[in-house]
Each structure stands twice: as C-alpha cells, then as structure tokens.
Design a protein around this ligand. Structure first.
Ligand SMILES: Cc1cc2nc3c(=O)[nH]c(=O)nc-3n(C[C@H](O)[C@H](O)[C@H](O)COP(=O)(O)O)c2cc1C
Length: 361
C-alpha cells in the first residue's frame, strides 16, 4: 500500500474511533420553523423529490465524499451506494487520487457495478492534485475525464482543503495558480457532458471565496462548513509530533459555520446550486438547509460510522433522515420543497429569516 493508501486508512480509523467533530456549532439548530398546528395537508401526499444536475432524486440528499482506494473502502462504498440507490439519493465518492496513482485500485470506486440504479454519482479530487507541480503532473484533466467516463460518473467535485494540507506532514502546501487549473478541469469535463463541483471539507466559504465561486460558476458548490468533521482535529490526532498535535486542536473550530457558509454562498454565488454540509445530523437539519436556500443536504461522518456496522445501519440512518425531513414538511404544511422554501422561519435571537433570493436552481 502506498503512502496515500496508508493515509486514507489512518483517516478511516481515526474518524471511526475518535471524537473528530469540531466542537463548534454548525449553526443549523439556531433556525426554527414556525409550527403549523393545522397543517392542512395529508402526510402521505408529501413529495420531497427534486432534481440535481438534471438527475431525479427522491429527496434532496447526497451521501458525502468519504472513501476509496482500499479493499475496506471498496466494501464501504458498495454498502453506501446500494443504500443511496434504494433511498433515491445521490452519492459523492472519496478522492480519486489513489486510483490516479495506482490503477489497480480503480475498482474500489466502481459503485455503479454494484448499484446501477444510483441516480447521481460524483467523483472527487483535491485541488492540490491539479497543481502543475502536483505528483500527477501534466495531463491530469484528461486522465480524470477518462476515469470519470469509465466509472460512469456524472461529474467531479474538486475539494479545497488548505487547512488539512497545512497540518499534514506530507501535505501539499503550494496552492499558487490553482484557480485557473480548476477552471480548466471544468472545461475538460464539460466537453464530455460532465459537471464540475467545488467544495470545502469542513471550514466553509468566506465572502471572497464565495465570490470566486460566483465567477467560476461550477454546476454545484458544497459548503462543508465548520461544525461537523474537523480535518484539523483528524490531522492533529494522526500527527507524529507535539507541534502538529497542538496545532490540530488550535484550528479544530477554524472557519465558517456551515449555516453561515450556506448563506454566504447563496448571496455571493447566486445561480450556483448549493449542497449544504458540515454537521448535518438530522432530516430536520436538511429541511432547515432547504429553507435557507440549499438545493440539497449531504452528510459524511455518521454515514461512515453506520457503514462500518453494515448495510442495515446505513439503510436505517437514511430512512430516519428521510422521515425527519417529511415530518418537518408536515408540521410546516409543506407538500413540496418549493412550499418548504416559503414557510416562516426564525433565526438566531428570534429574527425572521427572509426567503432565499430565487430558488436554488
Ligand atoms: C473519513 C472521511 C473521509 C473524507 N474524505 C473526503 C474526500 O476524499 N474528499 C472530500 O471532498 N471530502 C471528504 N470528506 C469530507 C466530507 O465529505 C464532508 O465534507 C465533511 O466531513 C463534513 O461533513 P460531516 O460533518 O457530515 O462529516 C471526508 C470525511 C470523512 C469523515
């Protein structure tokens, strides 16, 4: 197993065994729907279906990017894909870097072979791997597009993780010139009818980065704000030296809370569909995110932990999340997600939350 594989195995082990959540508040629980004591609708008629990137989803949810590249990852990916397919939601694969470095592990990402009915499947790559000096070097766009076609992906999500790279002993710390590389990858993907997505991995989006997203206009952006899994903490727990262990803890709550990151992206990158993630833990959080302007929600860590228990646990978690979303819709009198986007909601300090500008496309 190469160093990337070992690192991924470390990440899985630490995320399964340790407390890796930021400790900060992602912000979702600060939002409260007005309760409708007389909803005026029938529960069974509630329809949370939607489309994302033109693909039909039974409800607005994605299994967040988690893993790939090892035997264990192949097993977990298979379980997650089967459950996502059964529940009509989408899935994002973990970073494809291991498959670019070693084609023999490509099969660990081939979840369409196990779950051909998966409505939406996205690949994933770190922005740092697109650097001209990156280990994959020139031609990475073409290789990623070819890999996407082989794996029957609908697109690739580029993850931005500078904090994690800064704290990782073997991290990529030269982030010069990456914005145009991401744009170039977007063009190469578009040529094959594939979508470009961009995401953070747990520190969210500032106003300035959100404005860049508004100019880039990817097919989707995922918030991954502070409050869920903290990559600073994960790298701190993995660190070989005391300095990195302490720095990991110092920066464990760094960034923009997930709910704030969603609002910033909606304001500064209008027209780009936003997937809300970072500390989404219930179907009520998904409902809150939809009301705040997200096109869908995504979750990573609790699904990984469920998958490590087996397919039945993933199935139960997705079933529960979907039920909670539908209960939120019932108790707000919302038959559809568009109805949910127009119901009254209060934010921190009881302030009324304005309706998100336009609907998340
Ligand atoms: C074990 C693990 C591995 C992850 N690997 C990736 C990855 O390869 N690419 C990526 O974009 N995000 C990755 N993430 C980040 C998640 O997709 C997600 O954005 C983040 O964990 C916040 O969601 P959560 O609070 O629900 O975990 C990973 C998360 C976990 C827990």
């Amino acid at each position: 197993m190469g160093s990337t594989g070992e690192r991924k195995a470390d990440h899985l082990r630490i995320c399964l065994d340790e407390d890796v959540e930021a400790g900060g508040d992602p912000g979702w629980s600060g939002y409260r729907f007005d309760h409708r004591a007389l909803p005026g609708i029938a529960f069974d008629q509630i329809d949370p279906s939607t489309t994302l990137l033109g693909r039909p989803l039974a409800w607005p949810f994605l299994v967040g990017a988690l893993t790939g590249g090892t035997e264990r990852a192949a097993h977990l990916n298979g379980l997650l894909a089967l459950a996502a397919s059964a529940h009509g939601c989408g899935m994002v694969l973990g970073s494809l870097r291991p498959a670019l470095e070693d084609p023999s592990v490509e099969a660990s990402y081939d979840v369409r072979a196990t779950a051909p009915g998966l409505p939406l499947l996205l690949g994933n790559i770190g922005a740092a791997q697109l650097a001209p000096s990156g280990i994959e070097g020139a031609g990475i766009e073409g290789r990623l597009v070819a890999l996407s076609v082989r794996l029957r992906l609908d697109g690739i999500v580029v993850h931005l993780n500078p904090l994690q790279e800064a704290l990782q002993p073997e991290g990529d710390r030269d982030w010069r010139g990456l914005a145009p590389r991401i744009a170039t990858l977007g063009k190469a993907l578009a040529h094959e009818g594939l979508a470009l997505g961009v995401k953070e991995v747990g520190s969210g989006f500032s106003e300035a980065t959100a404005r860049w997203i508004g100019h880039l206009r990817p097919a989707l952006v995922e918030t991954a704000g502070t409050g869920g899994t903290s990559w600073a903490r994960v790298e701190g727990l993995r660190a070989p030296d005391a300095a990195r262990r302490r720095a990991g803890e110092t920066f464990s709550g760094w960034g923009h809370p997930a709910a704030e990151s969603l609002a910033t992206l909606r304001a500064r990158a209008p027209g780009v569909p936003v997937v809300a993630s970072g500390g989404i833990r219930t179907g009520l959080d998904v409902a809150r995110a939809i009301r705040l302007g997200a096109a869908a929600g995504a979750m990573a860590l609790p699904l990984l932990r469920a998958a490590s228990e087996g397919g039945a646990a993933v199935d139960a978690l997705l079933r529960t999340l979907r039920l909670e979303l539908r209960v939120a819709m019932f108790a707000t009198g919302s038959l559809t997600l568009d109805d949910l986007r127009r119901v009254p909601m209060r934010g921190p300090f009881g302030a009324r939350v304005p309706f998100a500008r336009g609907r998340s496309p």
